[in-house]
Design a binder for this molecule. Structure first.
Ligand code: TYD
Length: 199
């Protein structure tokens, strides 16, 4: 079972993932909790490059997309596929839908580029994807409360509105895989709704 978690900044992905992780552990299941970009030492180094605001030059959108996929290729081969092949449950904080929402819908890159990368480098799509959806302002306030903002979090509200509509588009096209959760609810209710989708 491969489950990914998506959404704009500060919608409570981490809280939900931890709750689901604890739930599966209590049931005696083997669970791997991981994230993108990142999830292996090398992929985490790529993550630092991607999130760092200390660039002397602006990172162009193609570079951003390719770095996301460089990290993803490493993560899939080192962590996700071995865990799934061993029968473990994989909970992944963000996956390919973030690339669609941020790099295509947000930055304006073509869907063709993403399709090509997915065809060649993504051998396994999640069985279920939870999209935690909430108004942008709500999440941005939470992100600001957490402290220094990374390169993505420094983007304008209009960017995140595009990202949100990118997730909405995937949800329209793939309602069986992508489940929308109302992230304005309490963490307990969000967890309850997620469990309802998994049963
Ligand atoms: P994350 O740490 O999950 O951010 P947050 O905790 O604020 O939700 O992810 C880091 C950032 O990387 C996030 O702003 C979204 C971005 N991202 C992409 O733009 N494309 C991708 O393919 C992935 C996986 C993440």
């Amino acid at each position: 079972m491969f489950i990914s978690f998506e959404g704009t900044e500060g919608v409570g992905k981490t809280t939900l993932i931890r709750k689901l992780h604890d739930y599966y552990i209590e049931q005696g299941k083997e669970v791997v909790l991981t994230r993108e970009p990142g999830g292996t030492p090398l992929a985490e180094q790529i993550r630092s490059l991607l999130l760092s605001v200390n660039h002397d030059e602006k990172m162009n959108s193609d570079t951003e997309l390719l770095l996301m996929y460089a990290a993803r290729a490493q993560h899939l081969q080192q962590v996700i596929m071995p865990a799934l092949n061993a029968g473990k449950i994989v909970l992944c904080d963000r996956f390919v839908d973030s690339s669609y929402a941020y790099q295509c819908a947000g930055r304006g890159l073509s869907k063709q580029k993403l399709k090509l990368l997915n065809e060649h480098f993504v051998e396994k799509m999640p069985d279920v994807t939870f999209w935690l959806d909430a108004p942008i302002e709500l999440g941005m306030n939470r992100a600001r409360e957490r402290g220094a903002l990374d390169r993505f979090e420094q983007e304008k509200v209009s960017f995140f509105e595009k990202v949100r509509s990118g997730f909405a588009e995937i949800y329209r096209i793939e309602p069986d895989r992508m489940r929308r959760l109302d992230a304005t609810q309490t963490p307990e209710k969000v967890f309850e709704d997620a469990l309802g989708c998994l049963k």
